[in-house]
Design a protein around this ligand. Structure first.
Ligand SMILES: Nc1ncnc2c1ncn2[C@@H]1O[C@H](COP(=O)(O)OP(=O)(O)OP(=O)(O)O)[C@@H](O)[C@H]1O
Length: 215
């Protein structure tokens, strides 16, 4: 089944057909088809162990599927494709931020790595997550939700076409969830795409892929 995250007026930017992946000799993903057009969101739901993280790891190139094809703008995707890597942003379960640095220092580093050091970008990204008061506190002194907000702030620093996010709101309170909703809406409205693994349906809509836990 091809999921309707592709718009009829746009060729899909990302398309996946017949994807299969085994881990430790056990099938985890089988026969996954999906297509994603600019401005579209795909929410991936499923029980613990159903393969949500595994699917994101395949999509960001950290895991190689056993079967199936992936295309990016009509081109077959191979591991390490530089144009594809340049187009995506991945936020996994781990936040990928340095606990010894402050949110400001982490975001300055991320901005330099992304080649985007526009004046005010870091301050704006922090403000969008309501992190101003914690901007200079070492990350190790922040709560889990506050750390997650620092990780999500990185998404605002550089424009990436495809966000691959693993349970982005799991540790967030209601206000932070609302800020993430707005951040995601703005990304989609600007023509961005997102594949998001989540246990709770996000209010941003889009297509839903429900994974069944392998027996
Ligand atoms: N490093 C690994 N080695 C072997 N098997 C693994 C590994 N990581 C995950 N698995 C297996 O792959 C299956 C899918 O795991 P995955 O983490 O993708 O599920 P998930 O849907 O993201 O789960 P959760 O909701 O708990 O985050 C599980 O059966 C798990 O045991």
């Amino acid at each position: 089944m091809l999921l309707p995250a592709a718009r009829p007026d746009h060729a899909p930017a990302l398309s996946v057909e017949g994807l299969g992946l085994s881990r430790a000799a056990r099938p985890v993903l089988r026969g996954i088809d999906l297509a994603l057009s600019p401005g579209c969101l795909l929410q991936v739901l499923g029980a613990n162990g159903s393969g949500k993280t595994s699917l994101l790891r395949v999509l960001c190139g950290l895991a190689v599927p056993d079967e199936g094809t992936l295309h990016w703008h009509g081109r077959p995707l191979r591991a390490g494709d530089p144009a594809y890597l340049q187009a995506l942003a991945y936020v996994g379960h781990a936040n990928g931020i340095d606990p010894d640095l402050s949110p400001t220092e982490n975001l300055r580093f991320a901005a330099r790595m992304a080649g985007s050091d526009a004046a005010g970008a870091v301050a704006n990204a922090l403000a969008a997550q309501a992190l101003e008061r914690l901007a200079h506190t070492p990350v190790r002194a922040l709560s889990q939700g506050q750390r997650r907000r620092v990780a999500l702030a990185r998404l605002s620093l550089a424009r990436r076409a495809l966000w691959l996010l693993d349970e982005p709101v799991a540790a967030l309170d209601a206000d932070a969830c609302a800020r993430f909703d707005a951040q995601l809406d703005a990304h989609l409205a600007a023509g961005g795409m997102a594949v998001i693994a989540t246990h709770q349906l996000l209010r941003n809509g889009g297509a839903v892929l429900r994974l069944e836990a392998a027996t």
